[in-house]
Design a protein around this ligand. Structure first.
Ligand SMILES: [Zn+2]
Ligand SMILES: [Zn+2]
Length: 455
């Protein structure tokens, strides 16, 4: 049966309305691309807070309270939204879940349900179009552009959040999100400063508005800075990176390369000296009986990843070095031809059946010109391997770069066996490069060759 497309019939997609985010931004429609509600919360409100500092003096007590509340609400995001709900890296008792849902709401970054769904998509589709805050779209985009500009929600990768829908705390917070934000974001910080030391306005501006701004900017850095600055000790195929500065800014979420490799580990920093107050808090809650079932990858698994990444880096370095032409790509020479060419003045020397052109090296030979010249046109295998001098590993490496041919039959060693060894027995890295380890060069004899005159 023929299934020719019918041009006269409109395709299903043509009839659907195109989402504004999927259209080109122009001078006429740019304002339609902007998510004005988010602009108000992320940029507008902090701006009014900054202006109010001009006539609202900052009291010491209010400053200390703002910092403390910054940590409370920040941990609500990192220990609550992120490590508890998005990654289930530990379990928490009801009182702790309620506390984290409240202070997390005070950071004004959306509900747990919404935040965790996007974050799971971010992990599942890192750096792709389905990643809601892909750093591939630019550092600023991953920081806040993704919220300030409208996104087509259908483009964000699908994730399973059935577990979150079954958590009554998550459902309650999602349903009452605006009330939670107003209470925990602004009213509570103002009440504490007002009832505590009479600084109502200061509590509102510093512990409320400006503290929200700093917590937001800090946690946004997990999406931007942590995908842009630092090392990649576990995997460099994607953008997540480890850096102490990001860790300092984000309450310990800065070891992000580790985190993307081992997302359900309750730790981000695995060394005791690395800054991870989120991990310390979860550990403390465990001691207090508030948290349990802390998940941790075995160090054996973590070290495997680290070693594999190191190996990859070594492979890349090895690939840039000259290891000499592989034996099977060298021309085959007759022994007589080799001797003849050496007699005619070409600086050829045969070691282990491999012919090397050392013409330019004779004058630089550390053992002297005479010594190297005495091997020209001969089988110098034994001389090179201890008969006269037991050459260093470096010498074998250097020698391999001077290869020009192989002797048919191989002289006193079985060259073809050795060539096969180089081809088949040598381990290759993932790019197909031979790994030539120290002491395994084909010109190297397993034992120094003693000769009568060496004694
Ligand atoms: Zn990430
Ligand atoms: Zn995560």
């Amino acid at each position: 049966m023929s299934s020719k497309p019918d041009a006269s019939r409109p395709r299903a997609t043509d009839t659907k309305k195109v989402h504004i985010a999927d259209t080109q931004m122009t001078r006429q429609n740019w304002y339609k691309h902007v998510n004005w509600l988010n602009v108000t919360f992320i940029i507008g409100v902090p701006l009014t807070g900054c202006i109010q500092t001009l006539w609202v003096p900052l009291q010491t007590k209010t400053a200390i309270w703002a910092v403390i509340y910054y940590f409370f609400t920040g941990l609500g995001i990192t220990a609550g939204y992120h490590r508890l709900w998005a990654h289930c890296s530990y379990s928490a008792t009801l009182p702790l879940r309620v506390w984290l849902a409240l202070v997390g709401g005070g950071a004004v970054e959306g509900s747990i349900r919404w935040w965790s769904r996007d974050h799971r998509a971010h992990h599942r589709y890192t750096d792709t179009d389905k990643d809601p805050y892909s750093v591939r779209k630019g550092l600023l985009y991953s920081h806040l552009g993704w919220m300030v500009m409208k996104q087509n929600p259908k483009r964000i990768g699908r994730t399973d959040i059935t577990d979150l829908n079954e958590d009554p705390v998550v459902v309650w917070q999602h349903r009452n999100y605006i009330k939670v934000v107003l209470c925990m974001g602004l009213i509570v910080p103002m009440l504490v400063a007002g009832l505590g030391w009479g600084d109502w306005y200061g509590g509102f501006v510093y512990a409320g508005i400006l503290r929200i701004f700093f917590v937001q900017q800090a946690t946004f850095c997990v999406n931007s800075l942590a995908h842009w600055l630092g090392d990649q000790p576990f995997d460099d195929r994607n953008s997540p990176r480890d850096h102490v500065i990001t860790a300092l800014v984000t309450l310990g979420e800065g070891y992000h390369n580790f985190h993307h490799e081992f997302p359900s580990d309750y730790r981000n920093a695995i060394e005791w000296h690395q800054y991870d107050p989120t991990k310390w808090s979860i550990w403390t809650w465990k001691q207090l009986g508030l948290a349990y079932d802390l998940k941790q990858f075995r160090s054996n698994e973590i070290e495997k990843g680290r070693v594999q990444q190191l190996q990859k880096k070594i492979d890349q370095k090895r690939a840039k070095l000259d290891w000499g032409t592989p034996l099977d790509q060298l021309p085959v020479m007759e022994w007589e031809d080799y001797v003849e060419q050496a007699k005619n003045g070409r600086g050829l020397i045969s070691i282990a059946g491999v012919v090397h052109d050392v013409t330019d090296f004779i004058k630089d030979h550390p053992g002297g010109k005479a010594m190297i010249k005495s091997g020209l046109g001969k089988d110098a295998t034994a001389m090179f391997n201890g008969g006269v001098y037991y050459h260093s590993n470096g010498a074998h490496n250097l020698l391999s770069t001077m290869r020009v041919g192989v002797i048919r039959g191989g002289g006193e060693v079985e060259i073809w066996k050795r060539a096969q060894k180089e081809n088949s027995e040598y381990v290759r890295d993932e790019t197909g490069q031979r790994i030539i380890r120290a002491g395994q060069q084909v010109t190297k004899m397993p034992e120094p060759t003693p000769t009568a005159d060496a004694a």
